[in-house]
Design a protein around this ligand. Structure first.
Ligand code: 4NP
Length: 170
């Protein structure tokens, strides 16, 4: 991690309309609060909702905590994301496996030496939700959307702690 070029993080779920847009905005909030120069984006492993705004339920629950998701638009994860981003965060284990499969395609397309991205779970360093999958709220009720926000806030703070350690040891 350098002080000049922003470190780049991509949050990835299945549809890019519930969990990963929430993770993008929550992680950005905590990075900004700690004045970390980090670029954050999100994407889905599927192309179910291209160019769609986040699910209205996600938007409404997030807004109650002060997070505005309205400007985001869904897109599918691309092989070039493995070249551009330093860290790709999977929201659950299925996402993690899909990301790893596309990593193989990207390494054939660009060569392994060109790929920057490390892949980890969003909850990798989260002591409150240790390596737990972020449950998909899409087919459930409002408690699922609150759980996504709770877990995104907890996991984001854990990542901020890690990013600060990396900067201090640089
Ligand atoms: P997400 O949730 O992966 O958190 O964005 C979902 C959104 C849409 C669908 C599944 C999960 N879907 O099947 O359309």
């Amino acid at each position: 991690m350098s002080f000049t070029t922003p470190y780049k993080v991509l949050c990835v779920c299945l549809g890019n309309i519930c969990r990963s847009p929430t993770a993008e905005v929550v992680l950005r909030h905590f990075c900004d609060a700690h004045q970390l120069n980090i670029e954050i984006d999100s994407a889905g492993t599927s192309n179910y909702h291209p160019n769609k705004a986040p699910d209205l339920r996600s938007q409404e629950h997030a807004l109650k905590r002060g997070y505005d998701l309205s400007g985001l638009r869904a897109r599918q994860l691309q092989t070039r994301d493995f070249v551009h981003f330093d860290l790709i965060l999977a929201m659950d284990n299925n996402n993690f496996d899909e990301i790893q499969m596309l990593y193989q395609t990207a390494s054939r397309e660009f060569g392994t030496g060109q790929l920057r991205a490390k892949v980890a779970l969003m909850s990798e360093h989260d002591t409150q939700y240790p390596q737990q999958a972020l449950p998909d709220p899409y087919y459930g009720g409002s408690d699922g959307f609150e759980r996504v926000l709770d877990q995104c806030e907890s996991s984001s703070q854990a990542w901020v702690h890690i990013f600060k350690q990396q900067i201090e040891s640089y």
